[in-house]
Write a protein that binds this ligand. Structure first.
Ligand code: GMT
Length: 378
């Protein structure tokens, strides 16, 4: 049996795919007997409050001395990482998101010594948005080159990282995953009745309502679908584009058919109400929500952006169109929602794909292999 490790994990602890993946990974590693130390500015929301064996949380406190115009969070994080690494004798610092986490881990390693290995996982916007910024580019390149291992959540993100930052080192592919004990088709009959009549179909979109998600396209697709197939649209999440979207919905006279559910924690329960998930993003390095839907048996209709085509198999577990082609997306949705046989076969294909290619055991052991490799133990 491989030796259990002491692993520090840093992520953005509030809502967001990278924080979710980092926290779920930490929980699974702890279940496998590793000691996991979360180092963050607040307790990761997916961690919950209860004491969990092998899981520890170290809060970063920022010194707000009067000379500082901006309290130096990054420096406090780097120092905390080094303190925890020394005190707990961490083997690995696994940081999720390059800015500033990979940079802080690099600094921490300078303070602790080379025995501390740094693994950086890139999640998307750290490369597709931030690495395009000349003021950050060189720093992100340094953090990536100095990490002992770098992973990315899709082939597409690896390709973009290499292109944008001119990276020559190897990057491991580690897809996102979901815990199958949480993500499976739930009984949503009663819940669904609150929003839709039995003969109506339910389309759903879940995001942080940022421009990159193209939520306006979701409304266009739904508008077209609803003219052919009586349906409802459930919008889950909140964010900067929400007012614009509300305005568009009332302009189109769709207020009675669209329901805002706000932020929701029990995503598996919520997704299980849907017949189809809409994900027409401009950029999406992976699309964790499409995997969460897939694991609940719900196909995705979306764009071919970024890593989505690596997750959603066109014509099998969903349908993909060019970014912005809402006519095509609506056509696919109408086809799928009007054909019970096709819907059933897509559902089966979704469940099979989520359980085989993106299962928690598989991806967790891929991360473990990377840890042992950088430690020279395999
Ligand atoms: O999608 C977001 O806006 C949140 C963002 C994050 O950093 O949490 O998600 C990114 O990481 C997720 C987990 O790896 C991926 O599933 C998302 O595709 C990715 N978002 C983008 O690339 C826009």
């Amino acid at each position: 049996m491989s030796k259990s490790l002491k692993i520090g994990i840093t992520c953005y602890p509030s809502l967001g795919g990278s924080g979710v993946v980092a926290t779920e990974l930490g929980k699974l590693l702890a279940e496998k007997g590793h000691q996991v130390h979360f180092i963050a500015n607040s307790i990761p929301f997916r961690l919950g409050g209860a004491f969990q064996k092998n899981i520890f949380y170290h809060e970063v406190e920022v010194n707000d001395y009067y000379v500082f115009r901006y309290p130096p969070y990054d420096l406090s994080l780097a120092t905390k990482m080094a303190q925890v690494a020394k005190m707990q004798q961490l083997d690995i610092l696994h940081v999720h998101y390059a800015v500033p986490h990979a940079v802080c881990a690099f600094l921490a390693k300078q303070m602790v010594g080379d025995q501390l290995k740094v693994v950086t996982t890139l999640h998307g916007t750290d490369i597709t948005v931030l690495a395009q910024d000349e003021s950050l580019k060189d720093l992100i390149r340094l953090a990536i080159n100095e990490s002992d291992a770098v992973t990315a959540v899709s082939q597409d993100l690896i390709r973009e990282t290499v292109d944008v930052l001119d990276i020559e080192r190897s990057i491991d592919l580690t897809y996102n995953f979901v815990d199958k004990r949480v993500y499976y088709p739930r009984d949503a009959v009663a819940l669904r009745r609150d929003f839709a009549a039995p003969e109506e179909k339910v389309l759903m979109h879940i995001s942080n309502f940022r421009p990159v998600k193209r939520v306006s396209d979701v409304i266009d697709v739904f508008h077209k679908v609803n003219q052919k197939v009586p349906s409802r649209l459930l919008l889950v999440g909140e964010g900067p584009d929400l007012p614009k979207i509300q305005w568009k919905i009332s302009e189109l006279g769709l207020e009675d058919r669209v329901h805002f559910l706000g932020k929701q924690d029990e995503i598996a329960q919520v997704i299980s109400m849907a017949d189809v998930l809409l994900l027409p993003s401009e950029k999406e390095s992976f699309g964790l929500v499409a995997l969460e839907a897939m694991a609940c048996g719900v196909p995705t209709i979306g764009s071919m952006a970024g890593g989505i085509p690596e997750l959603v198999i066109h014509g099998e577990t969903g349908y993909l169109a060019e970014i912005g082609n809402t006519d095509q997306m609506a056509e696919y949705a109408i086809q799928l929602l009007s054909n019970e046989g096709q819907a059933a076969s897509f559902r089966e294909a979704c469940l099979h794909r989520a359980r085989t290619s993106f299962c928690d055991e598989l991806i967790t052991s891929e991360y473990e292999d990377i840890y042992y490799r950088v430690l020279g133990r395999k």
